[in-house]
Design a protein around this ligand. Structure first.
Ligand code: ADP
Ligand code: MG
Ligand code: MG
Length: 902
């Protein structure tokens, strides 16, 4: 608000004064009501009280100066326009009071309809409605019910119980069978419920009803559920909500009236067409509340053709205007159509891609905008296997889709049982009220996790996402009895061993085995589906948008792959090189014995022998990878983990040796091994003898690897494969470490390469905070940096990832200390700052220094945007995340800073 201070702050806007871009001030609902009004659509008149007024009220606990007068003035104008007065006993104006924040938020006060009715005006309302008593008393009982529940916190079940009783007394389940007398009696019952819980009579003064409702909307901003929801969705806590006061129109005036919802396209598949539901002779939320059976919107054509045609016309206009799928609420009052709400509609991941593609075809948006409208999280969802579309199973419960995927398995109730059954080759679903760190092993052993409590940041949800496991949390319809190993839901009992299916995207829970299908998007990436040849709107849309992302992005995308097979797959998924090839697995399996000999070597001769035996094996590994990546860079990380990881565990070995000694067997070899394991034992192995430190302590180890890499490259080149190795030294903290390794490596490379046309780069990981802070020095000895953001996060925060995620991250998320785990999305302020410093100082010291990232953050949407902004050359991630990173790198290049895609 840049304009000069007026005498009084403007807190109330007539619908004609607003527009859709004023969501911050008017909330989403108010801004869109204003937009429709100005488009000339039939919106009942009304006004919006701003979020500013809400914030002022919440800060002081009182309505800000001037607000009451402004409301009175707008109300008076509304009364004049409608030719009715609020509370007029003969011809009352009724209004709805509707909350509406910038982002739609469950947990806030919703809506009170029919404000302005009291014992006297209910009579006038009936008279004005041609003596329709039933309608008037139905409206009044709705007011008491909604007002009681949302404004005065009267338990809603009591009202529901009372109306059910009334229906039962009539021998019916349909509220339409209640006549005027029944409803008049129900109003009396409702009033008693109201005064029992509030200690006062239902307020008869309409202006008091209005003011109390407005205050309740303001206060609902800080209701517990709203606060929790904001934290989860990372919605700022200081936005406040607007309040809309809207003249009532009535869908409950008889069979020629009704209420409905409509979508301009199918929000599930994205298909074009008319989707929605209609309910005759009903008001407000009846249509979604499942009170009576709705009819498909198409039926309206038969019921009221003129209203239907008019609605279709508005839907088309709204879609052209918003250039997107719109979601609409409307009411028909005696044949007259009224538009009550519109917004850009929520949609599934598949629909997001399909609709974006369609809108490009229709010329409504360009490809940049299409790219902006989808995101990596949606793409990742589409890459999980999912349940078949028409599987015909009814969900027995719906919880929160906490970690995507489709999981089927036998129900178990304890971690121990999960481990046991999984050990027998069974697929299990771990069912708990909520999980805690003791459940970790059971969670690892399960296909999926199902809890009856907790939201997106519960322990179960956080840990499952970290593991990439399917999880449905907070399915509160489940009544779980752990000692009896069973749960009941929807009147059925499920005992241990019964099969359930859970959908971690929709949160739905099914009894029995729901058939799953592989993702067609993955099949497309694998090259098994040709988008030009098949009739699949989703694959075509994904293909088109991905191609555009590739054309736009500046970041290259590489993959983390340790084998030729992984590398080949990642390449099919669009990887442009390997950003991290770990070499440790090359020391496992049947090579363990060689490694043991290396570790136990008593002298240089024994050590050199085992290194010499490892050399050809390593060389063969690298040849396979260079072949798969022909022509693309391959960053090979020299061995990183502490050596004891390659030896048997201490306790086990100690027991074995003791037992063997008892039996009098010859245990000289085992004793030597045990001694070595003891010698190498570390309290904090993550901070101990690993990475470059190991390379500097064990002579010949790094040298053997450098030789294997270079020989493999030379061999490939001879066979016509172009190998582009980049040797990466892990855990460097000081330039001197790197210089020492480099001096030795350069000698070997020069010797092996000889006259052949092979170039080998030497660089380092930046994963120790000191390396980031001395990047200018380190760049003198490095041709590239690769940010190892997992270790950088661990060491920067002083967290041990394996310990903290299960132990207390849930609490940190709950308290809002993190919006998201720093292992999921890079902590831009702290760890990200280290990355920025290192990138800037590294490039200052060596222009052209190649910069990449190889932590798991490389495949995380928000982190990709961050790395784009820092100016890295590439991100590297697991093969499956490569398409996500491509998409987000493209989005980072087209999305202007500050635009919000929520
Ligand atoms: P929500 O945000 O939960 O959708 P709304 O404010 O849209 O809440 O209102 C709930 C229901 O009441 C919707 O079906 C809406 O269309 C209806 N409604 C709201 N205001 C009016 C009104 N002035 N006249 C008739 N129906 C209304
Ligand atoms: Mg609602
Ligand atoms: Mg609504």
């Amino acid at each position: 608000m840049a304009a000069q201070e007026t005498v009084e702050h403007k807190y109330v806007y007539d619908f004609a004064e607003g527009n859709k871009d004023l969501k911050d001030l008017l909330g989403g609902k108010g801004a869109n009501l204003a937009e429709m009004t100005n488009l000339g659509l039939p919106v009942p008149p009304g006004f919006t009280i701003t979020t500013e007024a809400c914030k002022a009220y919440l800060a002081s606990g009182e309505q800000p100066a001037g607000l009451a007068e402004q409301i009175a003035a707008h109300l008076a104008a509304l009364e004049t326009g409608m030719g009715r007065r609020l509370g007029d006993p003969d011809d009352p104006l009724l209004v709805s009071v509707r909350s509406g924040a910038k982002f739609s938020m469950p947990g806030m006060m919703e809506t009170v309809l029919n404000v302005g009715l009291n014992d006297r005006s209910v009579v006038g309302l009936a008279a004005q409605a041609n003596g329709n008593q039933r309608f008037a008393w139905d409206s009044y009982r709705r007011l008491i019910q909604m007002f009681g529940k949302t404004v005065c916190e009267v338990p809603g079940e009591e009202f529901e119980h009372a109306i059910d009783e009334a229906k039962r007394a009539k021998g019916s389940t349909d509220d339409l069978d209640l006549d005027a007398d029944d409803l008049r009696a129900l109003v009396d019952t409702y009033k008693k419920i109201f005064s029992k819980h509030t200690g006062r009579e239902f307020p008869q003064d309409p202006r008091e009803q209005l003011d109390l409702a407005i205050r309740a909307v303001f206060e609902s901003w800080n209701a517990e559920r709203a606060v929790i929801y904001r934290r989860q969705e990372r919605i700022p806590a200081d936005l406040g909500t607007a309040v809309n006061v809207v003249a009532m129109v009535f869908g409950n005036l008889g069979p020629d009236s009704g209420t409905g919802v409509a979508f301009t396209r199918d929000p599930a598949s994205g298909a074009q067409g008319i989707y929605g539901d209609y309910l005759a002779n009903a008001q407000g939320e009846d249509v979604v509340a499942g009170i009576r059976n709705t009819v498909p919107l198409q039926e309206l054509e038969r019921i009221d053709k003129p209203a239907y045609d008019e609605l279709l016309d508005y839907m088309a206009r709204l879609e052209r205007h918003y250039k997107d799928l719109c979601d609409i609420e409307f009411t028909i009052e005696r044949g007259k159509l009224w538009m009550l709400q519109t917004r850009v509609g929520k949609r599934t991941a598949a629909a997001a891609f399909v609709i974006a593609g369609q809108l490009v075809d229709e010329g409504l948006i360009d490809l940049d905008e299409a790219l902006h409208r989808v995101n990596g999280a949606q793409l990742a969802q589409l890459m999980f296997p999912r349940f078949q579309l028409d599987h015909g199973f009814e969900a027995v419960a719906t919880g929160i889709g906490a970690s995507p995927g489709a999981a089927v398995g036998k129900v178990v109730f304890t971690s121990a049982r999960a481990v046991e059954l999984a050990g027998q080759g069974e697929d299990v679903i771990l069912v708990r009220r909520e999980t805690n760190p003791d459940d970790l092993n059971g969670m690892i052993a399960s296909r999926g996790i199902l809890t009856s409590r907790g939201g997106k940041t519960s322990h179960a949800a956080v840990v499952a996402r970290g593991m990439g496991k399917t999880c449905v949390s907070g399915a509160d319809a489940l009544d779980i009895d752990v000692p009896k190993r069973r749960f009941t839901v929807a009147g059925q009992t499920v005992t241990e061993g019964d099969v359930v299916s859970i959908d971690g995207t929709t949160g739905k829970v099914y009894l029995g085995e729901v058939p799953a299908t592989p993702s067609e998007v993955v099949q497309y990436f694998e090259g098994e589906l040709d988008p030009a040849a098949i009739d699949d709107a989703l694959v075509k849309a994904v293909h088109r948008i991905m191609s555009h992302a590739d054309a736009r992005r500046r970041l290259a995308v590489r993959t983390n792959a340790d084998t030729g097979a992984d590398a080949a797959r990642a390449r099919r998924f669009g990887a442009e090189g390997i950003g991290l090839c770990r070499t440790e697995h090359m020391f496992l399996g049947d090579r363990r014995e060689l490694v043991e000999r290396l570790i136990l070597a008593r002298d240089a001769k024994e050590r050199d022998e085992s290194l010499a035996a490892l050399l050809p094996l390593q060389r063969a590994d690298f040849v396979e990878i260079f072949r798969a990546m022909d022509g693309q860079p391959v960053t090979v990380r020299l061995i990183d983990p502490p050596l004891h990881e390659f030896l048997p565990p201490l306790e086990q070995l100690a027991v074995d040796v003791a037992v063997a000694q008892e039996r009098g067997e010859d245990v000289a070899k085992e004793e030597a091994l045990l001694a070595a394991v003891r010698r190498m034992h570390e309290e904090n192995p993550m901070l101990g003898l690993r990475g470059v430190r190991l390379g500097l302590v064990i002579p010949g180890l790094f040298a053997m690897q450098v030789r294997a890499i270079t020989e493999a490259a030379v061999e490939c080149t001879r066979q016509g494969v172009r190998a582009c190795p980049e040797i990466m030294v892990p855990l460097v903290g000081a330039v001197q470490e790197l210089e020492t390794v480099r001096a030795e490596a350069e000698k070997i490379i020069a010797e092996v390469v000889g006259g052949s046309d092979v170039e080998v780069l030497i660089g380092t990981m930046i994963e120790v905070p000191r390396a980031a802070l001395t990047a200018g020095q380190i760049a003198e000895a490095a041709e590239f940096f690769s940010f190892g953001t997992n270790d950088l996060t661990q060491m920067g925060w002083g967290f041990s990832r394996d310990d903290v995620e299960g132990a207390f991250f849930w609490r940190y998320l709950e308290l809002g200390i993190f919006g998201i785990s720093p292992f999921e999305s890079i902590d831009a302020d702290g760890i990200g700052r280290l990355v920025r410093i290192a990138a800037e100082e590294g490039r200052a010291a060596r222009p052209g220094l190649k910069l990449g990232v190889c932590g798991e953050h490389g495949g995380d949407p928000d982190s990709v945007h961050f790395f784009h902004s820092v100016g890295l050359d590439y991100v590297s991630c697991s093969p499956f995340r490569v398409p996500v990173a491509r998409l987000e790198a493209g989005r980072a290049a087209v999305v202007t800073a500050g635009s919000d895609s929520r």
